[in-house]
Design a binder for this molecule. Structure first.
Ligand code: CA
Ligand code: CA
Length: 583
């Protein structure tokens, strides 16, 4: 009798402890982040694992039953602040942490959608985001949820209480800096880039202690700038110049050289390298800066221990079209080799050796490319079409250089929407767009905090047909295995799963799923506004969930010229949708 009583007491004590631990979330460890791509119960990084493959092994939802996918809950981000929602949620311990437009972040019950907390960052007047007031998601580490803001700050909140634990300024928003990417966390370091490539900022990668926000190292990605490392007391010491000052830039232009690292980075544990894409060199007028203008429009691989650039590969040397090379570099294994795939804004898909940067393959993933006829696999350089470069405005009577029609448009063969890679089908799933632009150069001088383009443009359609296409690309052959066309330009990221499915969204409002091998569309759901965010999936309580943010916006309505007019009927929104299988 006595024994039974004490075992009852033990049971009661365990129950109390269990409900207490349900309140405070488990601290997120480096090991949990290292395993993120394999664990279906959580989503701890942008890309479902820091490699960024956006592949989940979850297979409860598959080609045979996806037609039974139904909404479980929807949550409105509320207010008058609708605008573009490009966020990818974090899922941990049954909670969803999701950012929204205008630097807001919500904590929600992942199963019910019940709102737990909101943090709304107070934004100053005069922020200068180039391409809508969006945010791409938070990072999670230890007991902190960390996200960046449009006024170029980083905010770390206690995940359980929502209190601000630390706050750090990346740079001055009045000088053109902003921040929109999801931070990358590797080995306790918080890795971030900067936005502001249209304002002559200096692109860089910064590593901070994720727990405290203290800077560990800073690496500029414009040739000529000094890198720094910092001791425990925050004292800076020089850590080597990036490249050779003036080697690939004329005069002092490197001092305001752009190359914004605005989409953030990915990481591979076997190479120990973080991969960041870099944006356009500044200004857009390429005749002002004859030379390759390193490390703009490149993939830059950094040793996270030292903050040094181990290799770089430049996709568009001396870019004259705003072909930001920021796109995600997704590493994958091919035999014994670690490779990385990148679908560049310039219309070519590149495969590089992830350890050395050596170019392995390059092929178009869009049908019309005017600026180059191809990429030379021996030299790694594009075969330019010189007459298709916008002309030099020097001495022009109307102040304009020669106008050219260029494809892709500067909004890119692909833009910010992250693609996915399936280790099962060995295919990349690329949200691609077919469009062009009229573009010309104009004289420009740098003025701090002002737009620094030296170019004018109008985005054009190529024909009356669909602009977007989700394409399954074989990185070995460069072939399009299948495609699903879409009338409006695609702006949503992609998810692929162990259930042989590919999920993506459309500006027309649909979240849809196709067979990963054939491209046959098996399911779609209307979310009420355009989808420009990457979908995710996770498992909880024995059930698989799929989620995506809905809310039309981003660069297309703001900069899209004729295409913006074509899709002006699309309505704004701001909500989170979650789905599971109907029983
Ligand atoms: Ca996981
Ligand atoms: Ca740009």
């Amino acid at each position: 009798m006595q024994i039974q009583l004490s075992s009852l007491l033990v049971t009661a004590a365990l129950t109390v402890m269990a409900s207490a631990s349900a309140l405070a979330q488990r601290p997120v460890t480096d090991q949990m982040i290292d395993n993120d791509a394999r664990t279906t119960s959580d989503i701890l990084s942008w890309g479902l694992g820091y490699q960024g493959q956006r592949y989940s092994p979850a297979k409860q939802i598959n080609t045979g039953n996806v037609a039974r996918l139904v909404p479980v809950w929807s949550f409105s981000f509320g207010g008058e602040k609708q605008r573009g929602q490009q966020t990818q949620p974090i899922i941990h311990d049954g909670k969803m942490y999701v950012t929204a437009s205008y630097s807001r972040i919500f904590a929600l019950d992942a199963k019910t959608g019940a709102k737990l907390r909101k943090y709304e960052h107070r934004l100053p007047e005069g922020i200068m985001p180039c391409c809508d007031v969006i945010n791409r998601g938070a990072a999670i580490y230890d007991n902190l949820v960390i996200f960046g803001t449009l006024d170029a700050q980083l905010v770390a909140l206690n995940a359980t209480t929502g209190e601000v634990v630390w706050k750090e300024k990346i740079d001055n928003y009045a000088d053109g800096y902003s921040y929109t990417a999801a931070p990358l966390i590797v080995n306790g370091l918080l890795l971030t880039g900067v936005s502001g490539g249209e304002f002559g900022v200096v692109g860089r990668v910064e590593a901070r202690d994720a727990k405290t926000g203290r800077m560990v190292w800073m690496r500029p990605v414009v040739e000529g700038h000094m890198g720094y490392k910092y001791d425990k007391d925050g004292r800076a010491s020089e850590n080597g110049v990036s490249g050779t000052p003036g080697k690939t830039w004329p005069g002092d232009l490197w001092k305001t050289g752009g190359a914004a690292t605005w989409l953030g980075g990915t990481y591979n544990a076997k190479t120990g390298l973080a991969y960041f894409g870099t944006g356009n060199p500044a200004p857009w007028n390429s005749h002002l800066r004859k030379g390759d203008n390193l490390y703009s429009t490149s993939t830059v691989a950094l040793d996270i221990k030292t903050g040094q650039i181990v290799w770089h590969y430049q996709n568009t040397p001396n870019d004259g079209w705003d072909y930001d090379g920021v796109n995600e570099f997704i590493t994958y294994e091919d035999g014994g080799r670690i490779l990385g795939g990148k679908a560049d804004r310039n219309g070519f898909f590149y495969v590089n050796d992830a350890k050395t940067g050596q170019l392995v393959n390059a092929f178009p993933f869009v049908k019309k490319i005017t600026w180059a006829t191809g990429i030379d696999l021996k030299t790694g350089r594009p075969n330019f079409v010189p007459e298709n470069r916008p002309g030099d405005p020097t001495g022009a009577t109307d102040g304009k250089g020669k106008v050219v029609f260029a494809a892709p448009s500067f909004l890119g063969g692909k833009n910010q929407m992250p693609m996915a890679y399936s280790p099962e089908t060995k295919l990349f799933y690329v949200p691609a767009n077919e469009w062009g632009m009229e573009i010309w150069n104009e004289p420009i001088t740098y003025k701090k905090g002002a737009a620094y383009l030296g170019a004018g443009f109008t985005i054009k359609t190529l024909n009356d047909g669909p602009i977007g296409a989700l394409r399954a690309m074989d990185p070995k052959t460069g072939k399009i295995v299948w495609e699903v066309p879409n009338n409006a330009p695609l702006w949503s990221g992609v998810l692929t799963t162990g259930g042989n499915l590919v999920f993506w969204g459309t500006p027309e409002g649909f979240l849809q799923a196709a067979d990963a091998k054939t491209g046959k569309v098996l399911w779609k759901f209307q979310t009420g506004s355009g989808v420009v965010a990457p979908p995710v999936t996770w498992e909880q309580g024995g059930e698989q969930y799929v989620a995506v943010a809905s809310g039309w916006g981003g660069a297309v309505p703001l900069w899209g010229g004729d295409v913006a007019k074509k899709v002006s009927y699309l309505e704004q929104g701001g909500s989170m949708w979650v789905f599971k299988l109907m029983k």
